[in-house]
Ligand binder design. Sequence first.
Ligand SMILES: Cc1cc2nc3c(=O)[nH]c(=O)nc-3n(C[C@H](O)[C@H](O)[C@H](O)COP(=O)(O)OP(=O)(O)OC[C@H]3O[C@@H](n4cnc5c(N)ncnc54)[C@H](O)[C@@H]3O)c2cc1C
Length: 377
Amino acid sequence: MHDRIGRNVNFFHLMKKTLNTLTIVNSPDDSALDELCDRLREKSSSLDQSDAWVGEQLSLCAQYGVFRWFVPQSLGGLGWTSSEVTAGYLKLAQACLTTTFVITQRTGACSRIVSSDNHELQKTLIPPLLDGSIFATVGISHLTTSRQHLQKPAMMVTPTDNGFIFDGFSPWVTGSPAADFIVMGGVTDSDEQIMAVVPTELENVIVSRPPELVALTASQTGQVSCQNVFVDQKYLIAGPLPNVMSSGVGANTGGHQTSTLALGLAKSAIDYVIQQAQSRDDLNKIGGELLSQWETLIDHLMAIARGQPLCSNEELRTSANSLVLRATQASMSAAKGAGYLATHPAGRWCREALFFLVWSCPRSVVDANLCELAGIQ
Ligand SMILES: Cc1cc2nc3c(=O)[nH]c(=O)nc-3n(C[C@H](O)[C@H](O)[C@H](O)COP(=O)(O)OP(=O)(O)OC[C@H]3O[C@@H](n4cnc5c(N)ncnc54)[C@H](O)[C@@H]3O)c2cc1C
């Protein structure tokens, strides 16, 4: 059996099988999380193939109850605090960045539904999202960080008596070929915004074949078009509002979650440098310095997660971007020529680090990164 873009759906939809729960990870310190991370780490190197998808990895996460972390107990989740979620993401990102990134997009969709006033929609979609039997993702960056310089909005939405017509495209939708539902945003002709769940089975929802990326290709991120697609009122999350992204929570641009993933990846590379330093004295100082910078940023990250910030989200993200780029390149330098082999993780870490220069990057962070790269103080 093949999906609408001709790929084998058995693999793609492995995660949709009804799953028997193995072990629920009850806290970020639970040894079950370390066990899950080991299993994800083992699989991470196979994700560089062009057609790969993290279906098996998501199935594993479902079995360990990861999708329950982010949902309040009143809706059947574990209701982890922001600090717990941050600590959990940090461990997952060190094990497999691609899987963790896909989980953030899935969670972004879930959180938007959870924070809406549409209780019927919650009743229908949250239980299968919790057990991993459906996959949802987000297509909202055209309201925030993508296509902002264009005159015409990428996605127009026209309210009707009983729903909305979506017309346009969302340029970046992670996991789109596997998605049952996409949380999408659009702009009305009176310049207000609407966010709704778009079922991908609707006619004229067109999922393009995801392009090969510099890294994270197995996130299967690509464009989704809606050609005058009618979406029933029952799928409304929020709007029409002047800025629908500021309502509710989830998938917020410029939040601390993106820095969490950057710091998770940085730690994998730093650990490698430190491990090499055990037999190479010249690397001791380098590994120690990178680790000390990482620990400082972790203090800042956890302070933000606790709601007692020592710096702004943007400052943290700028520093996390800088560290992840430097740490991953230090791992390449430490690995020497061997690190340049495609099979060595250092090369993958370097490529993955570039993602943080473009993913959900607020203007101030882009500017600060560019200044650092240009050597402007
Ligand atoms: C791997 C990956 C996965 C992603 N997953 C998701 C997802 O699941 N959901 C989601 O909503 N978003 C997702 N995003 C989107 C992401 O968060 C950013 O919004 C996106 O990377 C911004 O890049 P852009 O090319 O769309 O930006 P744009 O600003 O649209 O830039 C595109 C091009 O336009 C030109 N341009 C830019 N600014 C100007 C200007 N001022 N004047 C003239 N020309 C200009 C440049 O040539 C630029 O290359 C993903 C992105 C990536 C790379």
